[in-house]
Each structure stands twice: as C-alpha cells, then as structure tokens.
Design a protein around this ligand. Sequence first.
Ligand code: PMP
Length: 739
Amino acid sequence: MDSQQLQTILKEDYGLDGDIKHLVGYENANYRLTSDEGLFVVKVFLNNPQELAFVGVLSELESWEHADLIPQVRVTLNGQQIIKRADHLIVVLTWLSGRFYKDFDISPSFAGNFGRILGRLDKAMAKVNKIDLALLNRPWDLANYQEAAALSVNISSPLRRLLVDYFFAQVDAISADQLSGLRRGLIHHDANDWNVLTDGEQVLGLIDFGDTAYTWQVAEIAVAGAYAAMSSSDPLNLVKELVHGYNSEFPLQEEEVEVLYYLIALRCCVSVCYSSSATSLGQDDYVAVCQESMFELLAKWIQINPRHAHNAFRDACAMRPITTPDQGEMREAREGGISSSLSLSYAEPIAMSGGGLQFMYAYDGQTYLDLVNNICHVGHCSPKVIQALSRQAAKLNTNTRYLYPSLNRLSKEILKSLPDNIERIFFVNSGSAASDLALRMARQFTGRETVAALQSGYHGNTSSAIAVSSYKYNGQGGGGRPKQTIEIPLPSEGTKDFFFPSHNPPAAIIAETVVGCGGQVVLPEGWLNRLFDQVHEMGGLCISDEIQTGFGRIGENMWSFQQQDLDSDIVILGKPMGNGHPIAAVACTAEVAANFENGMEFFSSFGGNPVSCEVGLAVLETMDEYDLQQNALETGRYFKGRLEQLADKFPVIYDVRGSGLFLGIELREPSTGHPATELAKILIEEMKSRQVLMSTDGPDNNVIKIKPPMCINRDDVKAVVHHLSVCIPMVQRKLQIEG
Ligand code: PMP
C-alpha cells in the first residue's frame, strides 16, 4: 500500500487529514500521521488477525488509571477499531511523546519508577478478559525459546555462539516442572528501550503492544530487565531496582525470582538468535539494532554469579537470602573424613557452587575467571557436553562387552586426529590409569622393566606412574628415584644430550612435550626426538603424555608431540577428554596392541562406557563447532604477547613460555636469580582476591601456570594482564617491607 492510498483511507475512514511519514519498525509498517487533530501512529499489517490481538487488549485498558501512558485506539468515523483495505489491516493509535529511554544513561531511580509502572500495568492486564489468548502465541515468547535456540547457528562469532548456547542449555537444565510451574499472565512482553518513552526520570509512555503475550508472568521483568541491564555499567543493580519497583506493585513469587537471572539472559539469547539469522539472510533488520549491546550484556552477565543475582533479586523483593553452607563447617566435615594428603588451594579455600564456561562461581557470590582448569577444556558446564551426558545417562550406561556405536565413533574421531601409525585405542577412566596401562604394554612388549622419564615429570597417581614421576618421588614425602627408573635431567643452556647406558636398555621413555608439572618447560627443538631415537634404536617404546597438553590446547596442533614431530608408539590422553567427566585413553600402534593381545582380557568397568563416549564426542564436537583450537592459537598468542610486554616492565618475570593456552610465567629475583617462590605464592593469592584463579608449579613453585578453558577471550586476557600489572609491584613492595 503506498502513502497516497493510505492518506486517502485515513481521510475517508477516519476523517484525519495530514502528512504521513514512514517509521522504522519490525514486522508491520508504521507511519506517523500529523493531522489537525494532532499526532497519530498508523499501523498497517498484512492480513493476519494474530498480529492484531493487541488492539483488544488496548481497548480493555482504556479505563486503566494510567491509560494516558499507553496508546489509545482511534476508531473510524463509524466506530471500527480495525479496518481492512486492499488486503491490509489498519489500526490508528494516539501518539505518545517523550524520548526513548535508549537515549539516556538510565538511573536506578528511573529503573525503580519503570518497574512500578510495569507492575501496575500487569495488574491491569490481569483483568483483561475479553480476548482470545490463543491469538497471543508469539515466536518471541520466552516460553517458546526453543525455536530461537535452533537459530543460534547463525551467530557468526564462535565464542559468542558458545555463550548463547551456554545460556540456552542453562535454561534447559532448569527442571521442566519448575518452568511449567511458572505463573502465567498477560504481559506487554517487550518493554525494551525503544518502547518506553521518558524524560530520563519518569515513564511518559509505553508503546508497541504488538508482542503482548499470555506467558510466564516473570518474562515481563526479564525482558525489561535485559534492556535496563544493557544500558548500564552496573547491570545487576539496575535490574535490582527494576525488580524492586515491579514487586512493590505486582509481588513476584519465589519461583519466579529464582529463574530471573537465566530468563534475562534468555531474552538476550532469543533476541541475538533472531537478529543474527536476519543478518545472515541479509535482511534489512530493525532487530539487529541492539544485537551488539545484547552480546556485550551476555558477556557481562555470565560474570555475575547466579547465586549473587538470585540473592540480589530476593533482596529487592524483601525475601530472605538463600541459605549458603557454612564454610567452616564444610571444612570441618571434610577433615572428618577426607585425608589431609588431598590439598586445598589458597590460604582461605573457596567453596565453589557453580561454573559457566571460563568462570567459576563461589557460594559467597564471587565469580572467578578460571586460568587453572585445563580439565574443563571446552568450558565449565559446556552446553553440548551437559546435553550429551544427561541424554545418554537417561538411555543406557553399560560397558565395552556390548556393541554400541558411540565407542566406535569416538575411537574413530580420536584416531583420525593422531598420526597414521597410531591405530588402536583403549579407554580407561583417568590419566593415571592410562599411564599405568601404557607402561604395562611397553613392559610386555619389550620384556624389560626399566623406564626412562624426564626430571620434574608427572604421569599419575598409581604406583607405576609415581615410579616414573620425579615430580613426586623427588618431592615432599617422596622416596627418591626407584631403581628401575632412568631420570633424564631437563636440558638447560650448555648441557650435553643425555645418552642411555647400553647395559640397561629401557622398556620405554614416557614424556610430555611441554613438561607441565615441571613448570611449563618447553623442550628445545630436537632434544626429545634424539632421546626417542635412542630408545627406538635400543628396541624400546616411546610414550607421549598428552594428558595436560592435548586436544588442541597448544593451538598449533591437536597434540603437542606433533609440534616437535615426535615418533610416538603410545599416546596417553586424559583430563580434557571428558571436560571433567572421567574418561581417558591409551592410543598405540597396531604392533603394540597386537603384542598386548596375549589371551588375557583387558577390561575396564567404566572405560569407554556409552555415557563417557557421548561426552568425549561432545567435547570434540564443541571444539570443532566453536573453533576452540583456533581460539587457543589466537587468544594464546595475544596472551603471550601481553605477558612478554609485562616481562619488559617487571624484571621479576624471568621467562614467559609455552604456546596456545598452555603458558607459564617464571618468576625469579632479578638481583640473585633465585626462584621467587614466595612472590609467586602471594601473587596468586592477590590475583584470587581480584577474582582470577591461577596456580603455581615447577620444582620451586615459582612458575605461574596458565591453562584455562579454551573459550577465554581477549577481554579476559586484558583483565588478567591489568591485574598482574597492579599486583606484581604491590606484592614486591609488600615483600620488601616485610624484609
Ligand atoms: N599425566 C600428566 C601429565 C598429568 O598432568 C596428570 C594429572 N595431573 C596425569 C598424568 C594423571 O592424570 P589423572 O589425574 O587423571 O589420573
């Protein structure tokens, strides 16, 4: 319908004469009519009665005490609210003035006022009874989020897509009972920053009832909250004020307050899914307008501890805080049953309640950026992993004595990623079980007992693994090097290559390519190859331990031994393989496997079970789908570069090493060259107080290890580098004062 036609209709049917101007809008066409009688909004719809259900709602709200804040339906000369002309439906509404709140830095007091108006509106909406609720079924309805979730594939940035999928999975994880039990009501459902008019302090108008839906009552505040949060550097506080205002007029229920944190994220997710799919189709999209801010809010929102948000919202509704287990009691109870040989991190240990991708949430409401956990490789509570785990756990869990496809699929995927000579795989439950099996295979293959391993290496907690872990047998409580172990000193400048004695040829050498527990020691090019060559020449086997370094962590390669082109006969995998679920593996050549097949059954009760296999596959899919190895490469490179800049500034940083997201910062006293062990220890405590988790390692505990979930981004890196640049001089000063 062209403007001319529309003007004629407005004149003939409504008696309104004036100029019309097209306005931006989503789905239907909107015009502003400037007439002798004042300003009006003219809405033109394609012939779809569903879109016009709001007209009935508006006319029922005419008697609301604040009806001046919402559009009134202007009827035709013969009293009709909606007319049909040339296959279009037309509605004329009064024009409300004011500025969109998107143009303001909104204040907490505005948020409170806004919440109160929404609460009052919803009280009035609850009395609307003459409309067909079935017509108010909307794609944007938060309760229909599954439709939007399927569109997340259109989000082009892999890390953003992961963030969105994470929140969708979190909503999926809310019990179906809890979601279906949420109170329903008629709500405006789109109180966004383009639909609210204000002078900066008071609400002057609330427009666009086109998304009015009969859905979760709390979705009203979730939608409004998402936009309020988006416009603030302190999003939680603004939402809290909004909730406070709303609750004072329309009391929220405990169950609603409990899910609000997730529903606010959900609204952002639904919105970015629709806008990204519109963008991917090249549509001229009004919805994409706030896409960027929505992504930014999601990145901020995941940094808010959900328990903390829950309590803030409860506080806003004058509800008591949720109970938190007492830290002292938890510790005491632990000491009652758990051996003290299991350590706790930090002087004051953290009681952890949750995790979200690269973040961890403590019971006390703190959020930590996790730079320690290389086990939750693809992120804490990674969406595909939790989905795969729970789906398969609901179907079948058994063992490798039956046929099931996931075992074959996982074997195939892992073997595909390894060099061609590695053709067989055995699944176990821990890195320790994997190194034990690898050592057993090598001993059986060669009929020898002696095993060579690197100084400062660690390969697991079994007797056989401890015996080849100088990190343990030479460390506190260790009994020294066992007779059957050859310990190879780590190379340092000027040292000669190690040569094996010919009288005691080893069954195997076991080594990491970057010695993790040794303090992220990167071995010089060719050094390990020469050792592997010697072992091969003596008829022994070479075992690469990829338990810490594998699965793309080093960025350039899937496996770190590939970085040095090592000829391995056995590769052991673990930690990241199940993202925290206990699955590990031994992969080896066909020859080694054949030798092991001597008639004795190999059986692991849990190794390779269907749940573990689905989890393992989900980890690989997540890496692939969200390009996490590439992220490890790029973000890792950026991280290392920023740390090298810090090293230029602070001489106490003796070395920055590693690759991808497997980095180490070695700290030494600049004057003496001694390991700065105390500084490292205090530094990680200081970083903890700034919500960054780091750990130290190496024989002198003077190397800060960095091996975070593979989804950290540049903003996380910037924050870490900033905190380090503040903490390093602070700790140095503190140590100087203490003498
Ligand atoms: N090898 C290496 C290199 C490791 O870092 C570890 C665990 N720290 C292991 C083996 C043992 O793995 P798990 O703790 O799963 O038994």
